[in-house]
Write a new protein. Structure first.
Length: 256
């Protein structure tokens, strides 16, 4: 039988508080523990996560840096520090953190994806695409990386804005959660249909008015041989169907 140390028991208690949304209580507890165990990097990582959760980003950075001073190759801390720098707008520092996390754990799909997001914000689009592709190689069913790669390659800036504005709330899981929250889950199909219908109507109207009407309809990365217009003599719906079928044939198998 494995014996749990007193410190691990207290850490589990802090994690339980955090998981229950009692962030300040978790932070107070872990700050007390750091005084008793000043050389335990996990405690500083937890305190950094708590500070980040309550919006104290500068304090979060200090906690993560304390953890790295004790354990420089702490993958999760480098990743968490990268997220915090990214939120602070310190993109170059975020890139370095993600790269350190990947150097220790090359199979860290989330770090590759967020490195791609940061590189894209820095305007380094080709390197961003490579990071997204690496994330998908490691985790073929990684939805966020698929979306990021799709936006970089297959959607113009205006199209991406329209999709994010009008269809992000159409997720079945999200709609099911909302329906349950407002106690109409017994009428889910009608509720979901109304969301989809209103989303389609909005998608027809909103791109034609400010501010989306001023969004440039250009691609982030121009691709040789790529066209978003149907060939002469081919109807728009037929062309869209052919494009969808061709894309489905080359999509990764989620069961792999």
């Amino acid at each position: 039988m494995t014996t749990v140390s007193p410190l691990q028991t207290q850490i589990n208690s802090v994690i339980a508080l955090y998981s229950n949304g009692q962030i300040q209580e978790a932070l107070d507890s872990v700050e007390t523990l750091t005084k008793d165990y000043p050389n335990e990097p996990l405690l500083y990582n937890i305190s950094g996560v708590c500070y980040k959760a309550i919006g104290q980003l500068d304090a979060a950075v200090k906690s993560f840096e304390k953890a790295l001073a004790i354990k420089p190759d702490y993958t999760e801390v480098n990743y968490n520090l990268g997220l915090t720098f990214q939120e602070l707008g310190q993109l170059d520092a975020a890139v370095k953190c993600y790269e350190r996390a990947i150097a220790v754990n090359p199979d860290y799909a989330e770090a590759h994806n967020n490195l791609g997001v940061t590189l894209k914000e820095l305007g380094q689009l080709e390197d961003a695409v490579k990071s997204y592709e690496k994330a998908l190689t490691l985790k073929p069913d990684y939805v966020e990386a698929h979306n990021n790669l799709g936006i970089a390659f297959h959607y113009s800036g205006r199209e991406a804005a329209v999709i994010a504005t009008n269809f992000s709330i159409a997720s079945i899981a999200f709609c099911a959660l909302v329906a349950k929250l407002i106690e109409i889950d017994h009428r889910f199909f009608e509720f979901y249909f109304s969301i989809m219908f209103s989303g389609l109507i909005a998608a027809l109207i909103i791109p034609r008015i400010w501010p989306l009407a001023r969004k440039k309809d250009v691609y982030l990365i121009e691709q040789d041989g790529f066209t978003d217009k149907p060939e002469a003599g081919t109807g728009l719906l037929k062309w869209a169907l052919i494009q969808g079928i061709n894309k489905a044939r080359t999509a990764p198998n989620l069961k792999q």
